[in-house]
Design a protein around this ligand. Structure first.
Ligand code: ATP
Length: 597
């Protein structure tokens, strides 16, 4: 690899090595033309202007000689422009330096040379990555006056400040000295080699941070509360140890197929998520012949019964309503249950599901001590998982287990804005949202990435769908009021890339793995920070592509309040405020409830 060196910066150019002074760089910047193609910026300099005569007074002659020699290597005809390919981030940095150098911004305290964390329409309100707000310092917000309609058209972006998600960053990148642990593979857990091979075939080699912490604890028989950011690999964090234990038990005590009983239950809030978890569970349990079944609500008792006509599975993934129906109708029993997983905890413990969940828990015997999770007649280990965590969870769980027996795994980035995802907030009039959306879709279309457009209600999803149809935008819709038969396959089709735009409600914001999504549009601003975090978490997932973005339209005064808190958290680099209390008193989530009809 060859580099063009400028002061302390290194530019990848594919050309011989140059060192140029700040003065020359300033000159080059002032004469350059830039052309943006995709994510790359091409800078063109007029070679004829970089001559000894124009620079001899300011730049050392040796330097000119080395540059001229280098430039000769870059082009055959010296009068032709030289094209240097510079990463987009570097371009942003250059713009920032230019701004800094203009007198107007000389005294801006929040802007320092380097990358910008907050980029506002009004550059006075920019904030550099290198700037840290003092403890008692009040940030000046771009969104401060956004309650007024006069603010329409204003915007700011929280830039991404790293490429990879925090969950897959190597320990040494996070300032942890134990660099050796960064290279650990799944063999480290001493799980069945077949499991490790299956993961390798899916290009999953190194455990994420949450997997490093959770897998050993579940293998040791602990009850666990696992709280980690969206897309950090929580599904495998609980499925791998469960499948390993089920397989190990089966090897110790082989049984006939007719004696098979449900040993693990995973409860999730939506049919789509149930299908997704089932498919991951099937892929990792395939080498062992374990049976994984799914039961989702909305399609009648007959459908649930049909799932069990050929016997019981080893692992059942179900929505709460379907699971309860199966229990009440005696299609299944949970007498031999070893593992009970409650995924998407914030939704599962909110008031729309809490009653059902308590009912399910009353059908299970959950272990209260480590000693109860081993041996032949053992009780179920409890695993509660979420990306946002309910404050009132203890009230429900305290009724079935000793809370002191639960180990908590909490990730460093829990309730933080994701540092690897660019998030833009646009103050816009309600009537202009559709035009802004159309523009954003056109821009994203070029990259052929998936786009999720979130609305707050099923009716807006339908209305927006018709409007986009009129604009000839190909899309699909997903909302909880659709009949189950219609809903089936929509998300899978989107995941396969059959269509790039999915208009949806929050039903698609929980747990769904959206590796191909490159843009999230909050057409309606989410009602809570929790919803914002889950929606934004559909991009920038472990193992996914880099460069995901979130674009939020901000219309109502109550939206502005949430945005102000998000902007404050971003400028202060703290967690989003009020998450705990919101989770304790959740809003009624009717959309998920439709699964239980
Ligand atoms: N160790 C790993 N290395 C690379 N990719 C991984 C790893 N573990 C999981 N993944 C991938 O990361 C993606 C996100 O995983 P998963 O859906 O389990 O995240 P999550 O934490 O449950 O997210 P959410 O909170 O949104 O439910 C999946 O595509 C999964 O295959």
């Amino acid at each position: 690899m060859k580099y063009l060196l400028f002061n302390k910066f290194v530019y990848s150019t594919g050309h011989p090595i140059f060192t140029i002074s700040r003065v020359l760089w300033k000159y080059l910047v002032s004469t350059m033309q830039s052309v943006k193609v995709g994510r790359c910026v091409f800078l063109a300099f007029k070679l004829s202007r970089v001559t000894r005569s124009s620079y001899s007074s300011r730049v050392g002659s040796g330097q000119i000689a080395s540059i001229s020699a280098g430039l000769r290597g870059m082009t055959t005809a010296s009068s032709q422009p030289v094209v240097i390919r510079i990463p987009r981030r570097m371009q942003e940095r250059i713009e920032n330096i230019k701004q800094m150098q203009s007198k107007k911004f000389d005294k801006l305290p929040t802007v320092k040379p380097g990358r910008l964390l907050i980029k506002s329409k009004n550059p006075q309100l920019n904030q550099s990555v290198g700037y840290t707000l003092g403890k008692f310092e009040q940030p000046v917000l771009t969104s401060k006056g956004w309650k007024s309609n006069k603010a329409s058209g204003d915007y700011f972006s929280i830039n991404s400040i790293q490429n990879a998600p925090p969950s897959v960053l190597k320990q040494k990148d996070r300032g942890d000295d134990s660099a050796s642990t960064s290279q650990k593979t799944f063999n480290y857990f001493n799980i069945c080699p077949e499991l490790v091979k299956t993961l390798q075939s899916q290009n999953i080699i190194h455990p994420t941070t949450v997997q490093m912490q959770t897998i050993p604890k579940i293998l040791n028989g602990r009850n666990i509360l696992c709280a980690a950011e969206t897309g950090s690999g929580k599904t495998l964090a609980y499925l791998l140890p469960i499948i390993h234990r089920l397989q190990a038990d089966r090897q110790e005590e082989p049984f006939a197929d007719t004696e098979r009983n449900i040993r693990a239950v995973v409860i999730v809030p939506s049919r789509e998520l149930a299908e997704q978890v089932t498919s991951v569970a099937r892929s990792v349990s395939k080498p062992f012949g374990l049976v994984v079944k799914v039961a989702g609500g909305g399609r009648g008792v007959g459908n649930i019964k049909a799932a069990f006509t050929h016997g019981q599975p080893d692992v059942l993934v179900a929505t709460p309503g379907a699971l309860l129906k199966a229990l009440w109708k005696h299609f299944i029993n949970l007498n031999e249950l070893n593992f009970l997983v409650i995924d998407e905890a914030d939704t599962m413990f909110d008031e729309s599901f809490a009653g059902m969940l308590e009912n399910i828990l009353s059908h299970t015997e959950v272990a209260s001590r480590l000693s109860e999770t081993v041996g032949l007649v053992r009780k179920a280990q409890l695993v509660v998982v979420g990306a946002t965590f309910p404050g009132g969870i203890g009230e429900v769980l305290g009724k079935v287990t000793d809370l002191a027996s639960m180990v908590t795994v909490k990730s460093r980035m829990l309730h933080h804005l994701m540092p690897h995802v660019k998030q833009t907030f646009l103050r816009v009039k309600g009537a202009d949202k559709i035009l802004e959306l159309n523009q954003a879709l056109k821009k994203a279309e070029v990259e052929h990435k998936g786009i999720l457009v979130f609305c707050n209600s099923a009716s807006t999803v339908n209305w927006l769908g018709y409007s986009l149809e009129e604009m000839s935008v190909r899309h699909m819709r997903l909302q909880g009021e659709m009949p189950a038969t219609m809903r089936e396959g929509i998300f899978k089709n989107f995941q396969k890339g059959n269509v790039d735009v999915l208009i949806c409600t929050d039903i698609a914001s929980r747990g769904l793995d959206t590796q191909r999504v490159g843009l999230i549009v909050n057409y309606d601003f989410p009602e809570t920070h929790t919803d914002y975090i889950h929606r934004a978490g559909r991009v920038g997932r472990a193992g996914g592509s880099e460069g995901g973005e979130v674009l939020s339209f901000v219309t109502h005064p109550w939206d502005v309040e949430l945005v102000q808190r998000i902007e404050t958290a971003a400028r202060r680099r703290t967690t989003l405020p009020g998450m705990e209390s919101e989770i304790q008193k959740p809003s009624h989530k009717t959309d998920f409830h439709k699964d239980e009809k």
